[in-house]
Design a protein around this ligand. Structure first.
Ligand SMILES: CC(C)(COP(=O)(O)OP(=O)(O)OC[C@H]1O[C@@H](n2cnc3c(N)ncnc32)[C@H](O)[C@@H]1OP(=O)(O)O)[C@@H](O)C(=O)NCCC(=O)NCCS
Length: 182
């Protein structure tokens, strides 16, 4: 639950303000190096971005993407969480948690995906593990392009309510319904 003094702005990419654009560009480069989250860490299209804001100050960002996944012979809806960033001076105040609450709500409630996927640094695996994400035991293959630094990060998954993948390998591909303009 986000305290009353904060606002959560949920926007699609075509509604980004200059301040929002610059925030994502700056902090993505700061944390992820050459990756520019605005040009997508993967070639999967952004569904919604959420920004935490206090007055005119942006306090954090997260993006959600729609994906598809194949589990064995079954195709299921999947979603990704991308570009979660909190400015360095503001970490540890719960802001990341507010944004993750929103991103998980978008994926598992609004979109109703069966499986969520994110990539994180090895040092933040515990952070996401505390939110019911886990490093998958079975193989995960990605059928979309990963930019090089991202491919060195840990994939983590979280399943929707009542979903069990048993021991099937998981193949994740980008959403065909949201094929970006080439
Ligand atoms: C990871 C990140 C998003 C966390 O955001 P944050 O606002 O600092 O996190 P919160 O304040 O919501 O943390 C909530 C809890 O997680 C814990 N936590 C934070 N970072 C952690 C870490 N790296 N490992 C383990 N626990 C961690 C906090 O101690 C806190 O626990 P508590 O509630 O018991 O006190 C932020 O540190 C960040 O922007 N990091 C750089 C970018 C990044 O790694 N993004 C994630 C990959 S996409």
């Amino acid at each position: 639950m986000v305290p009353d003094e904060f606002d959560l702005d949920v926007v699609s990419d075509d509604m980004l303000t200059t301040d929002q654009h610059d925030f994502v560009a700056h902090w993505s480069r700061f944390y992820f190096g050459e990756i520019d989250a605005l040009s997508r860490n993967t070639d999967a299209p952004v569904f919604r971005r959420a920004f935490l804001r206090l007055g005119t100050e942006i306090l954090g960002h997260v993006a959600t993407v729609k994906l598809n996944a194949d589990v064995g012979l079954q195709s299921i809806s999947a979603g990704g969480i991308d570009g979660l960033v909190i400015p360095l001076a503001l970490v540890g105040r719960g802001f990341g948690g507010y944004l993750m609450d929103k991103a998980e709500d978008i994926l598992f409630q609004e979109l109703g995906v069966k499986v969520g996927l994110l990539f994180c640094f090895p040092e933040t695996v515990q952070y996401f593990a505390a939110r019911q994400w886990h490093v998958p035991q079975q193989p995960v293959s990605f059928l979309f392009r990963l930019k090089p630094p991202l491919s060195e990060m840990e994939p983590m998954v979280r399943f929707g309510a009542g979903v069990s993948l048993n021991s099937f390998p998981l193949h994740v591909r980008r959403s065909e319904a949201l094929e970006p303009d080439m």
